[in-house]
Each structure stands twice: as C-alpha cells, then as structure tokens.
Design a protein around this ligand. Structure first.
Ligand code: NCD
Length: 469
C-alpha cells in the first residue's frame, strides 16, 4: 500500500495511520542509514527553494542521497524563469518532466498546491509562506512520540509567533488529530489566526477556552497562556467537552514546550513592535514547576527567544529534533516515490472529512490574502479563485489555496427571476434574504461596485459600505 494522496501539501493529506507508517519506516531506515542506497536508485528529486533554508533543504537533499537518488535544484528564484514572469504552473510542468518528485519552498501561500496540481509528479510542500510546513510537523511529532511514546492526552504548549509560524499551523492540526491538548502561548498580537481556530472547532470537534488577561500574565515565573484547545476524547463524535479548566491543565504540567521565533519577514507594516515579546525561554523560566518534565522543542533557527543556556539542559530536544529530519524525509520520499510499500493500519483517529460546498464562479470575489498564490499577477492568468463555503451565518469562505478565511460583503443569486434584468439584485451577505440562497446559486462580491459593474442593482437588503460594521 502507498500513501493515499500522491503529494504532501498540507498535513491533512496524511491520515494518522499513514503518519504512523512514515514513522515506522523512518525507524527502520535510521537503524541502517547507510544501507539504503538501492531504495531510490535512479530517481531524481527537484529541490526548489525560493526562500532561505538550511535544515529543510539540506535534510531533504541528504535524505535523497542516502536513498541512492539524485538531486537537481535551485535556491534562488532570480536564477529561474520565474524572474522573467513565468507562472508557477508552467515551471511545475517543466520540472515535472525532468524529475520524479518535487520539493518546493515558496513565499506564496498555496504555491505548493499549484505545483502539485500541474507537475504530474508527487510534490512535497517544504513551506509555503506562513501557511503550512507539513514535513517539519512530521519530525516534530516523531520527536514527541520517541520521547513520550504516545501523543494522545499530552499537554503541548505552543510558544511565540502563532500567527505567521507555518510550522505551528501544521502542528496544531496534527496534534489535534492525535488527541493532544494544546496550550496557546502567543506573543501579544501574534495569536492563532481565526481560520485555524475555526477549523479546530468545526473539523476536529474541540473546544477553545480563553484565559482572561490577568495581572498574573506578566508576573515573573507565571506561564503566559492565552487559550487552551482540548481535543475531545472521542474525536469521531462532535462531543462537547465538560468545562475545561486551564489551571487544572497546567497543574498536570506541560509535556513539551514548542518555541518559535517571530517570523519578522512576514509581519505587516507596523507589526514589528517590541511589545510582541514573550519572556525569553531560558534556564530560569524552565524552573517553573509546570515545565518540570517538558521537552523543549524549536523548529530552528532561533534568534533571541531561546537562550543558549538551555542547550545543556537535559530537557532540550531541538538539535535531536532537527536531526530526525533525515530519516523522516527518507521515509517520506521512498513512500511517495513508490520505492517502498507501507502497511497502513486501519485509521482509528482521523479528522472528520468535511465536504463543504465549493464556490468557484471565478469572478468578483478574490482571496484577500496578499501573499496567496491565487492573487499574484503571473498566476491570475490561469488560476480561478476557488473557495469552500465553511459557514452560512455569517457567510464565510476559505480559499482552497492558502486556507485564508473571510466574509464577502455582498451576494446575489444566479436564479434571478427568469433573467429579467430589473430583478438582477444584490444583497448584503448578512441579510436574511442572502441566507436563503442555495450554495449552488450564490454569486459573491467583495464590494458593491463590483456587483454594479456586473449589472446587479442593490436590493432593499443592502446595507451600504458606510453603514456596514
Ligand atoms: C522553520 C520555517 O522555515 O518555517 N524552519 C524550519 O524549516 N526548520 C521555522 C522558522 O523559520 O522560524
């Protein structure tokens, strides 16, 4: 049996059983790392890194060399035809005709998804903007599993930039899939984005409890926790949790403290403020009793958030975590290239597959995320915006490329009374009339001017932009 999705674009592409299968193959390969030279003999991996990387690129390339395969690649967009205005899709088609598998890191969110759609070969997302970094998540989970044996029921604290950290975004869903409790400890202003919180609640059936800002928060030695996410004990049911008490959770202690650096390169203008800082994770902070048995993890690189005095602490795991990148990526490459078979046990714990209605009319509404692949000039020539309708009240869309969530302002129905132009009306998306339109009939607009340009007139269910909240 091979992995069910030919590519790994988001962590949702792997079931729990498949993740476990990657881990057991990684164990097997790590045991005899220099005896795997026949596994991918003759195969070519294209390594396309359009953003800085040390660990991810080198561990992928080392993994392919360890498997006896070959590597071709680029580390600079300026050295490719992307700099001449070539689209991601064209580049993907070409590279897919030269290589058997593509590993891509790109600043545009959803870029890996486009490469997977157009290249015709398996694709691995090595980080797409602030969206996801699923292979980092595999080695993060592997590290926790190696040390704690099971993930279910562990308390894992996520610390730092939870807004732009792509490693965090993939890890949140993976931890939820495996039934861990997640404690959010964001730097002020860098909280988990609402689209991720929504997915945790609706698709993983969990509960979020927020801790009110208290005077305690800044008290020395206190744990600056912002919210706790608890996976229901039975993820198959949308079981409602009994009241969760953060204090009780914390008394049990943290099993892993996952520290991240502020992703300053992704900050919007004016976001780079000093007050975004949490205390530095150092020996002194780790004296807190909640950290007594905590593994200290970090995807690296670190800047100032994790002190060098932790390196010698027996709880530090970040260098070991990075080293696991090679066997994990060897296992993944071998499986995606069909060079190894895996035994996938029946999946007992996996996220509920959600079949949301899709909106793909392709005009008038576009993803508001400025770093989404679907809004880039070179890509709009062929990519049709596509969204999942994840909620009707308020009407909420999720971009299929970058997973950004947003609420469009105005709607109409294609079913406009036998095509009489004077009844071609648009309405405010939050009006009672708008909620009655069947998903398949919806036409969505970002603004009233777009609706007017397409020949629609305001109905009495329109709140004009100035009067909308
Ligand atoms: C991370 C990344 O690139 O997202 N690093 C990595 O892949 N090991 C984290 C970071 O850059 O902060």
């Amino acid at each position: 049996m091979t992995l069910s999705h030919g590519s790994l674009v988001t962590i949702d592409d792997l079931s729990n059983a498949e993740i476990e299968a990657v881990f057991s193959l990684a164990d097997e390969m790590a045991g005899e790392i220099d005896k795997q030279l026949d596994v991918c003999k003759g195969k070519i991996m294209a390594s396309l890194f359009f953003e800085p990387s040390t660990r991810t690129r080198l561990s992928f390339e080392a993994a392919m060399h360890r498997l006896g395969g070959n590597v071709i690649g680029v580390v600079d967009a300026k050295a490719t035809s992307l700099a001449k205005g070539e689209s991601i899709a064209d580049m993907a088609r070409i590279v897919g005709s030269y290589a058997d598998i593509i590993v891509i890191r790109h600043p545009w969110e959803g870029a890996a998804r486009v490469v997977a759609d157009y290249s015709g070969v398996p694709v691995i997302n090595a980080g797409d903007g602030g969206h996801q970094h699923p292979t980092q998540t595999l080695l993060d989970l592997y590290t926790i599993k190696k040390e704690r044996h099971a993930i279910q029921g562990l308390n894992i604290a996520l610390w730092g930039d939870l807004k732009y950290g792509r490693t965090i975004h993939s890890l949140i869903f993976a931890l939820a899939k495996f039934g861990a409790n997640i404690l959010f400890c964001p730097s002020p202003g860098l909280e988990v984005p609402p689209n991720i919180v929504r997915k945790l609640i609706t698709e993983y059936g969990g509960e979020i409890e927020s801790k009110e800002e208290t005077a305690d928060r800044n008290k020395e030695g206190s744990f600056p926790i912002d919210a706790v996410y608890i996976t229901p004990s039975s993820p198959h049911q949308l079981a409602m949790m009994p009241d969760v008490n953060i204090e009780v959770e914390l008394r049990k202690g943290v099993d892993a403290l996952y520290v991240t650096r502020p992703q300053k390169e992704r900050f919007a203008e004016g976001e780079d403020r000093e007050d975004k800082e949490l205390p530095v994770v150092d020996k002194r902070l780790l004296r807190g009793k909640e950290f007594k048995k905590a593994l200290v993890m970090h995807p690296l690189p670190r800047v100032d958030e994790l002190a060098y005095d932790v390196d010698a602490d027996p709880r530090s795991r970040y260098f070991k975590q990075a080293a696991y990148g090679v066997p994990i990526r060897m296992a993944l490459l071998a499986l995606l290239l069909d060079c190894k078979e895996c035994v996938v046990k029946e999946d007992v714990v996996s996220a509920k597959g959600y079949d949301y209605p899709v909106y793909d009319r392709g005009y008038a509404v576009k993803c508001p995320n400025p770093v989404c692949v679907s809004v880039q000039e070179t890509e709009t020539k062929y990519l049709k915006p596509e969204f999942k309708i994840v909620n009707r009240d308020p009407l909420t869309l999720r971009c299929v490329y970058c997973e950004h969530g947003f609420e469009p302002g105005y709607v109409a129905s294609v079913d406009w009374h036998e095509g009489k132009l004077d009844t071609k009306k648009y309405h405010s998306a939050d009006s009672h009339f708008a909620r009655k339109i069947k998903p398949g009939n919806l036409v969505l607009f970002d603004s009233e001017s777009e609706a007017r340009e397409l020949g629609y007139k305001p109905s009495s269910y329109v709140k004009h932009a100035s009067s909308r909240k």
